[in-house]
Design a protein. Structure first.
Length: 299
């Protein structure tokens, strides 16, 4: 006679999980699913059960239990047939529960205040002009030769900074200027010499979580866009005057957090180094279905 129970283990990370009895092969006599903590994980797993329920047992499809893990731990799952030779076919899923799946709480705490940051540009015929992040200096509507750049940043944080350098045209094979931080200026005033290249860079302990992007227009060239922690803008030949630039700074952690959001289903799985048990089939989604057909009567 074939076994009337089947045991599996489920490794879970620290957190809160919903363990759900999704479906059974034999809907009329679904197997019982019992949960317990692995002996080595004792004290790390807490089962949150309804009132008057003493054991973490899933009796039929649709049943669910919430499990809380203080550290990564292993959950033991035992599937028991309702009768001798009964079906052991069951699909059990786990889903992580969170009050902050986007990670916005930590992101909000570490958010850099960019409201006081302004880009300074010395424009031909107009002099010094200030714009905020996301605003054009010159640009597609009013292209103007830009002769110098700088940043003004009131309330700049200690853990994050911004610096830049430029290359001035009309001077033969000019070299880029030295990098200057917020409060400094690169380029010229009153000499009618345009910028032909600019480099922008974020730096500091918090810089790894941010990127700077620049939309730039050089005379006679299409608009370009570059993004990174250090970026360079220049025309096709490196001699075209810069006539428009728009800067933005964004958190890369927010984008990464959004990319990680998905419905996580962690099935009961066979250890990778063990041979696949007879009667276990894998679906295209990567879930593992435990399947045992009803045993035939002995003759």
């Amino acid at each position: 006679m074939k076994s009337t129970n089947l045991q599996k283990s489920l490794d879970l990370q620290k957190g809160l999980f919903l363990i759900r009895y999704d479906s059974a092969e034999d809907a009329s006599q679904p197997p019982k699913v019992s949960l317990s903590a692995d002996p080595q994980s004792a004290g790390s797993i807490e089962f949150l059960l309804p009132p008057d329920v003493e054991e973490p047992v899933l009796w039929s499809p649709g049943a669910s239990i919430v499990v809380r893990l203080s550290v990564p731990a292993r959950l033991q799952v035992e599937v028991s047939a309702r009768s001798a030779g009964g079906s052991l076919g069951a699909r059990i899923q786990s889903a992580s529960l969170s009050t902050d799946p986007l990670g916005l709480a930590a992101l909000e705490e570490a958010e850099i205040d960019l409201s006081g940051l302004r880009l300074l540009g010395h424009l031909a015929g107009r002099g010094d002009t200030f714009v905020g992040l996301g605003e054009w200096l010159g640009g597609p509507i009013a292209p103007t030769r830009i002769e110098g750049l700088g940043f003004d940043w009131s309330g700049r944080p200690q853990n994050f900074g911004l610096r830049h350098s430029v290359r001035v045209g009309g001077l033969g094979e000019s070299r880029p200027t030295e990098f200057v931080e917020a409060g400094g200026f690169s380029g010229t005033r009153g000499k009618a010499l345009p910028l032909v290249s600019a480099t922008f860079e974020v730096f500091g302990p918090a810089a790894h979580s941010y990127e700077i992007s620049a939309d730039a227009i050089f005379l006679g060239s299409p608009q370009m866009k570059v993004t990174g922690q250090r970026i360079v803008v220049s025309g096709p030949t490196g001699r075209e005057p810069l006539v428009g630039v728009r800067l933005q700074i964004a958190s890369t952690r927010r984008a990464a957090a959004q990319a990680q959001i998905s419905a996580r289903s962690v099935p009961i799985a066979t250890p990778a180094d063990a041979p696949e048990p007879k009667g276990v089939t894998r679906s295209g989604s990567g879930r593992v279905r435990v399947f045992r057909s009803r045993a035939a009567a002995k003759t």
